[in-house]
Design a protein around this ligand. Structure first.
Ligand code: ADP
Ligand code: ZN
Length: 712
């Protein structure tokens, strides 16, 4: 089997011109009959890796997936692409299962999704033996490993696959990065000398940014107002805060719901469904939300609070932008969050000292990420053991490199205050001392008498906290967690105090100001038009999806709609060139989307906005409404010849034009002979003369269109 066939299937069924780099290797190995392990981040495009081989290979591909809730949507998406598929799981009655089994036996299906329970149930292997199985795909394969974060004991029995079907290749897929799990997968499934593919965990389309945790609510509103109608998730720390934030947003007119593990299964299913179907824009949720949510058009994820660790954070932001289109991850960070997270962890892990230490170290890494002054993606990838050559250019730090200044004097003031308070002050108290505050704690301790009292009045308390943090991160100050969070001097701080070592600090005010600039900058008109069309297409998608009772992203992904909005395809050829528009989807939705685009273009034209290449579409709109070429020419104040050239072009591009109304068969036959003689690139004038000036120019023009179309 050749990879060429696979490429054709990719275009025909999925509408994509190319495999992503690793996909092609994976597919060709599967086609060769090898066992394969695929580690790819969420959104990396795992499904294509087995769906394309399933289509081109003879027989049926059996997909084992633990996420029953997702099977329906996955099958739906395949059917929409014209690939016969079905699922069998416990949610169905016996009769339905029987029906599907018969379809399998009749060789009607290319893919069958089953839950592991069903696969291992009595008699099922015997049933499978009667089929011609091309491939087993084990999705969420990390569930097989006790090391992983989602161990499912029944998965370990999947080793029976290789024992019972030694000839059938197995592809195991997971989004887990962890190498231990990867080894476990191979061993447990008894894979035979498998090819292992580890994709980069980079998700370059997700823009990363961190903002100070001040005034979060209003900042979120600003953020949302720039993303009207774009679905997204706000992760909150507690169940209560998901509800209160959602309530507040609702009152302010946003389309929002909430989700947490304390709700009834029905309530949860409803919230999830509403979000999946784009009935609500925003979900305020605890981290319970998202497992097994396969919504590719999530455009942003906000973390209202600092997450516990980078693994969790990465998984959560990974729910944005699975379709590869631009998305945002915004994290709010405040020191108070670190403190409350520390407390939560300490309470949770009481009695398990080593576990607690591990959690605290992980939290610290998270904090470092939030406070970083270098490319954030670099830090994330580093954490997962990948190195990046260059800064990413798509995080807040890359786009607004922090401005540093010589903070030696400032640092000396702080360190000296720490020394003079006998290292007994915590951060709040130290800031009070530096700012010369007269509160009782300061006075009681007699700190108003020390030399550095009030030495930092010119700096706001908030900024003091920030600078102190930077100093903690740089090792200039130690934060004694075990001594009421008091601040201590270190070896390095002594060097600053006594040896005049220089200290570079990041200027916060500067960062904040420059950060706002690109956001308020007006978008160019071209972009605005694109956005407006995107909104229209999205509304159409929602309408079609609701009619067919599928989630909107099953119709087309955001990435596909964005490409449509940019390219504005209005005929078959240009529509099929859009990524994500395969033959089947074109037949099903192409017309609707082309009409919407054409409608949009003519509307813009009417508003006086010139859109390139659209003039013949305006003619087409008028033609569809029944106007004659003469009438159109008059309406549009154009030459009749121009209108006929539009009609010829439209016909050639496959628009529904009744050419016979303008050109009889007999006329065409004569003109076509002349064209044959002179070739299709002949000048109109020459043809006109060759035909003895007996036919109008426009008839010759139309004949050329018919001739070219017939001979293309
Ligand atoms: P995963 O299962 O790894 O999370 P998916 O298989 O859902 O990822 O794919 C994520 C998105 O990328 C989908 O919208 C999918 O259609 C798109 N995609 C996959 N392969 C390609 C490709 N070769 N070209 C363009 N888009 C692709
Ligand atoms: Zn960066």
């Amino acid at each position: 089997m050749e990879i060429r066939e696979a490429r054709e299937a990719l275009k025909l069924y999925f509408g994509y011109d190319q495999f992503r780099p690793m996909q092609e290797d994976i597919v060709s190995n599967i086609l060769k009959g090898k066992d394969v392990v695929v580690l790819m981040p969420t959104g990396g495009g795992k499904s294509i890796c087995y769906q394309v081989p399933a289509v081109v290979k003879k027989g049926i591909c059996v997909v084992v997936s633990p996420l029953i809730a997702l099977m329906k949507d996955q099958v739906e998406a395949l059917l929409v692409n014209g690939i016969p598929a079905a699922y069998i799981n416990s949610s169905q009655g016996a009769e339905e299962q029987y029906k599907i089994e018969n379809q399998c036996l009749d060789n009607q299906l290319k893919l069958l999704y089953v839950s592991p329970e069903k696969l291992l149930s009595a008699g099922f292997f015997a049933f499978l033996k009667r089929l011609n199985i091309s491939l087993f795909a084990v999705d969420e394969a990390h569930c097989i490993s006790a090391w992983g974060h989602d161990f499912r004991p029944e998965y370990t029995q999947l080793r029976a696959l290789k024992q019972q079907f030694p000839q059938v290749p197995v592809v195991a897929l997971t989004a887990t990065a962890d190498r231990l799990t990867q080894k476990d997968i191979q061993e447990q499934l008894h894979l035979q000398n498998p090819e292992v593919f580890v994709a980069s965990f980079d998700r370059p389309n997700i823009n990363l940014s961190v903002r100070p945790g001040r005034d979060r609510y209003n900042r979120i509103r600003d953020f949302l107002d720039k993303r009207q109608g774009q679905p997204g998730i706000i992760y909150c720390l507690s169940r209560k805060s998901t509800e209160s934030l959602a309530g507040k947003l609702k009152k302010d007119g946003y389309s929002v719901t909430f989700y947490h593990a304390g709700m009834s299964p029905n309530q949860r299913a409803k919230a999830q469904e509403d979000f999946l179907r784009d009935n609500v824009q925003i979900v305020c949720a605890t981290i319970a939300f998202g497992m097994g949510i396969d919504k590719s058009n999530v455009r942003w994820v906000i973390h209202y609070n600092l997450p516990k660790n980078i693994e969790g954070y990465y998984q959560e932001i990974g729910r944005a932008g699975r379709d590869g289109a631009k998305s945002d991850a915004l994290l709010f960070y405040s020191y108070a969050d670190v403190m409350s997270m520390r407390n939560m962890l300490s309470e949770g892990e009481r009695g398990q000292k080593s576990q607690l230490e591990l959690q605290l170290v992980k939290l610290e890494r998270m904090q470092q990420y939030a406070e970083a002054a270098i490319c954030r993606r670099r830090i994330l990838l580093q954490y997962f053991g990948e190195t990046m050559e260059k800064p990413c250019g798509n995080c807040d730090i890359c786009r607004n490199p922090p401005v540093t200044f010589d903070g030696t004097l400032l640092a000396q003031k702080a360190l000296s205050a720490i020394a003079r308070t006998q290292e007994q002050a915590n951060m709040g108290l130290l800031v009070d001392v530096l700012r010369g505050s007269r509160n009782s704690q300061v006075l009681q301790a007699g700190f108003d008498k020390i030399k550095t009292y009030g030495a930092g009045r010119d700096i706001s308390p908030m900024d003091w906290q920030r600078y102190l943090h930077q100093m903690i991160n740089a090792g200039l100050i130690e934060l004694a967690y075990d001594q009421n969070y008091t601040l201590k001097l270190t070896e390095q701080s002594r060097r600053v105090l006594f040896e005049n070592r220089k200290v570079e600090l990041v200027k916060f005010e500067e960062v904040r100001q420059t950060e706002e600039v690109p956001l308020v900058k007006a978008r160019p008109k071209k972009e605005l038009i694109k956005d407006a069309l995107f909104d229209k297409l999205r509304a159409l998608r929602k309408r079609l999806a609701d009619e067919q009772n599928v989630p909107p992203y099953v119709v087309f992904s955001d990435a596909t709609l964005q490409e449509m909005a940019a390219e504005r395809p209005t005929n078959r050829i240009s529509m099929l060139a859009i990524g994500g528009v395969g033959a089947q989807k074109f037949d099903r939705y192409g017309e609707d989307f082309m009409n919407e685009i054409m409608h949009f273009i003519t509307e813009e034209q009417d508003k006086g906005n010139k859109i390139k290449g659209a003039t013949h579409l305006v003619t087409f709109e008028a033609y569809k409404q029944g106007f004659t070429p003469e009438q159109i020419a008059q309406q549009r104040n154009l030459n009749l010849a121009t209108i006929y050239s539009h009609i010829a072009a439209l016909y050639e591009q496959g628009y529904d034009i009744r050419i016979g109304n303008f050109l009889s068969k007999a006329e065409y036959q004569v003109i076509a002979r002349a064209i044959e003689k002179m070739g299709p690139d002949a000048k109109l004038k020459d043809l006109f003369e060759l035909l003895g000036e007996a036919y109008d120019y426009y008839k010759i023009r139309l004949s050329l269109a018919v001739y070219k179309k017939q001979n293309s």
